[in-house]
Ligand binder design. Structure first.
Ligand code: NI
Length: 174
């Protein structure tokens, strides 16, 4: 296992769509372990493969994310392959949504309140499940990554322009 470097905007792999995984082999399983370790190290509650420069449809998320505040929680994560949202309903604002690939910035993002997700698990088994609350937001955020979409693509043009200006200034300074 190894902690991978998390790429940040505007790195190319974050902005392009990822390819489907058609065979979950040992190499992919090793990658997934690295993703889990990298996510907990960051720390974050979700991570998509393009964030470490791998454009494959793989996400991991903190299994205990919906029950935050529990000090006893173990570091367990779930991996999903080729996840897609097949149903969505309701509307919610994810307050101060952030992303490991968009450092030092957060914003409110409009999301669906409930989603139904279809994916393959680590054993290659097809599964479908309903998600709401924090989990619904994580699913939408991470699956967006697989389409090359970041949360800053879902905020107002004005806010996005301000963010990009701030980033340019920061890049100049360093
Ligand atoms: Ni993210």
């Amino acid at each position: 296992m190894a902690i991978r470097k998390i790429l940040t905007y505007p790195e190319k792999s974050l902005l392009q769509p990822s390819l489907k995984v058609d065979h979950i082999d040992d190499e992919i399983k090793k990658l997934v372990k690295d993703m889990g370790e990298t996510m907990f190290d960051a720390p974050g509650v979700g991570l998509a493969a393009p964030q470490i420069g791998v454009n494959k449809k793989i996400i991991v998320y903190d299994f205990n994310a919906p029950s935050q505040g529990d000090d006893e929680k173990k570091q367990e994560f779930t991996a999903l392959f080729n996840p897609e949202i097949i149903e969505a309903s309701g509307s919610i604002v994810s307050e101060q949504e952030a992303c490991l690939s968009v450092p030092d910035y957060s914003a409110d993002v409009k999301r669906y309140e409930r989603v139904k997700v279809r994916a393959l698990n680590i054993d290659g088994k097809k599964l479908e499940f309903d998600a709401d609350g924090i989990l619904a937001i994580i699913m939408q955020h991470e699956i967006d990554h697989l389409d090359g979409v970041l949360f800053i693509d879902r905020i107002s043009v004005l806010k996005r322009t301000m963010y990009k200006k701030k980033l340019k200034k920061k890049i100049k300074e360093t």
